[in-house]
Design a protein around this ligand. Structure first.
Ligand code: HEM
Length: 111
């Protein structure tokens, strides 16, 4: 499912260039994201990383509209590949994580 999602992301005209420019080693990225989703859904503890700084590096290119696009592709891929129950759970988690990533990226209190 993770592989299929990133194949669709890479083929997307808006999202594809950002990922293709940022990621040299796709097997490594897919391994990291598989560990991430395993940790999120199964609390496996396999992912040890920091998603906020990883996305802040690309702040100049990432917009709220791209998050909408990301989420639309996530909904399509999970609906195509998973049972309805699993797809709904994956979508609910992704929505919450996308919201908190966007808060971290786009919302700052005035100093
Ligand atoms: C890593 C882009 C949304 C989870 C990355 C990287 C890019 C990227 C370019 C590689 C960072 C680097 O090492 O240079 C985007 C864009 C998004 C988006 C354009 C939406 C517009 C999300 C969402 C999630 C997510 C919603 C989770 C539900 C991750 C994780 C990593 C990652 C776990 C690996 C971070 C690490 O290095 O440990 N993303 N992302 N991303 N992304 Fe996203």
């Amino acid at each position: 499912m993770v592989e299929e999602f990133y194949a669709r992301v890479r083929a997307d005209p808006a999202l594809g260039p950002i990922f293709n420019d940022a990621i040299d080693d796709w097997p490594e990225h897919l391994g990291k994201l598989t560990a991430f989703w395993s940790s999120v859904m199964l609390t496996s503890g396999r992912y040890k990383g920091q998603p906020v700084p990883a996305h802040l590096k690309h702040k100049a290119r990432i917009t709220p509209a791209l998050f909408e696009r990301w989420f639309a592709l996530w909904v399509q891929t999970t609906n195509d590949r998973m049972t309805p129950e699993a797809a709904a759970a994956l979508q609910a988690k992704a929505r919450r994580i996308a919201e908190s990533l966007q808060l971290a990226m786009f919302f700052q209190l005035e100093e």
